[in-house]
Design a protein around this ligand. Structure first.
Ligand code: NOJ
Length: 484
């Protein structure tokens, strides 16, 4: 648990902290029985330093598993073999006194990187995938997939002229030789073949790259991951122009047949409700669920959970300890899910690892189930509307306007045209529809029930309000119908 679970010492078992394989099977069965799917996090880039593979690898230079990890002799000055940096602070090379070589770790030194150039590592990890796929999991979210192969010549990374103080120290180098290497795509294609040995399984790649690089992970002829996670909304400036630009860029960059996806938050980044504010988080939810592509909802987003400030005594994330004060601390978005008003917000009868937000008595799922227009009810309505209107799932995305705080677009499928208008600011807004849109019927608002309100030429938006309008057909006869 050096990295809260991302340091694995046995890939085909359940850590006793969480239960047993039998518990897992029961969970999977229950999940499937309720019509849901379950995917696992696959962590192929590294293991724990306590993994028997690494123990064996470090035991001697002649160990048959020596090359399962990335070992190098010291550089000429006796220091690390090159300038590569860890994403979690400091150098990426750890010296092993017993064997006189350094091993490479992208993350903590307790997380040595596997050597994916070694065929046995590849087949061992593919067997790990098969182990879980055979058990019935519906796929994997693949951890740091763009990192798994490093430069075969171990060239120094160039320095980053854009680096500013206050950024994580590893940003001082451009990770040219440590990530997004061309060879990674052959490996991903192999992973995909493993997933395809089974019916209906998905691979989602964790990738932080600019859009033009990200979309390469769909692979040649779409034989890469099904969904390269699109995290662009997490770092986007929250204004209409910037959002419209990134949506356009992403839509334009997608390969033919590549299915899009959108994410507002995850366990490594500050929560959306704290990034844009509680009121605006409702608009963000409407954006997420009306864009084209698979939306990912991070637990707690559906009830508006905010980032929690974690006092030093309660810090769990070692990265926070390694890099204090640069705002990377990830504990604040990992606090217990707020289920109800009972002790520990109903999360656990034991003592949770992280504190529960003090707001839990009001902000919990149980309370929000009953509360009209709660954050949770909003998510429910958005999901229901998405299901009821295929244009929201499968329709094309057409930008309309993006200026100041107003973002509008339409989703079109056959005759169905849905206009989404979002007010990203705290002032009321009014927008006039262009001639070809003209009129429609309001399907939902983020704020209160305006369902059925007819829209004629202009839409009024309250502060932090988003609406979905079903546009009347452009065919004049059906337009008359809609007005009646
Ligand atoms: C990415 C995960 O999302 C993060 O939580 C973890 O610390 C690193 N990979 C290392 O496994």
């Amino acid at each position: 648990m050096a990295d809260c679970g991302y340091d694995i010492s046995d890939f085909t078992n359940i850590d006793p902290v969480f239960g047993t394989l039998q518990d897992f099977d029961e969970l999977l069965q229950a999940v499937h029985a309720s019509g849901l799917k379950l995917i696992l996090d696959l962590v192929p880039n590294h293991t724990s330093d306590r993994h028997p593979w690494f123990q064996e690898s470090r035991s001697s230079r002649d160990s048959p598993k020596r090359d399962w990890y990335i070992w190098r002799d010291p550089g000429e000055d006796g220091g690390p073999p090159n300038n590569w940096l860890s994403s979690f602070g400091g150098g990426a090379w750890q010296f092993d006194t017993a064997t006189g070589q350094f091993y490479y770790h992208t993350f903590l030194k307790a997380q040595p990187d596997l050597n994916w150039r070694h065929p046995d590592v590849r087949s061992a990890m593919y067997d790990v995938m098969r182990f879980w796929l055979r058990r019935g999991v519906d796929g994997f979210r693949v951890d740091v997939i763009w990192h798994i192969v490093k430069d075969g010549e171990f060239r120094d990374n160039p320095s980053n002229p854009m680096f500013r103080s206050g950024e994580p120290p590893h940003h001082s180098l451009i990770p040219l030789y440590t990530a997004d290497r061309p060879e990674v795509h052959d490996i991903i294609a192999e992973m995909r073949m493993v997933a395809d040995e089974f019916v209906d399984r998905v691979l989602i790649g964790e990738i932080y790259l600019p859009i033009e690089r990200l979309v390469c992970y769909y692979g040649r002829d779409l034989c890469g991951v099904h969904l390269p996670f699109n995290f662009s909304l997490i770092s986007a400036p929250w204004n209409a122009r910037a959002l419209a630009k990134l949506i356009d860029e992403y839509e334009a960059a997608l390969p033919a047949g590549g299915w899009p996806n959108w994410v507002l938050g995850n366990h490594d980044n500050p929560r959306i409700a704290s990034r844009v504010g509680a009121a605006q988080a409702r608009v963000a939810a409407m954006l997420l669920l009306t864009l084209r592509g698979t939306p990912t909802i991070y637990y707690g987003e559906e009830i508006g959970m905010a980032q929690l400030r974690i006092v030093l005594d309660h810090v769990r994330d070692q990265v926070e300890a390694n890099l204090p004060g640069i705002g990377l601390g990830r504990d604040g978005c990992r606090t217990p899910m707020q289920w109800d008003q009972s002790r520990n917000a109903g999360f656990s009868k034991g003592k949770p690892w992280l504190p529960v937000a003090r707001t839990y008595r009001k902000m919990n799922l149980n309370a929000q189930r009953k509360e009209e227009n709660s954050h949770y009810q909003l998510y429910q309505r958005l999901i229901a509307i998405r299901r009821a209107h295929p244009a929201l799932s499968f329709g094309s995305y057409n930008p309309i306007a993006a200026s100041g705080d107003l973002l509008t677009y339409i989703r079109v499928l056959g005759e169905e045209r849905l206009l989404i208008a979002l007010n990203l600011g705290h002032e009321p807004l009014s927008t006039t529809l262009t001639a070809f849109l003209v009129r429609g019927r309001l399907l939902m608002s983020t704020e209160e029930d305006r369902v059925g309100e007819s829209i004629n030429q202009s839409i009024d938006l309250r502060p932090h309000e988003g609406v979905i309008v079903e546009l009347a057909s452009t065919d004049p006869s059906s337009e008359r119908e809609a007005v009646r």
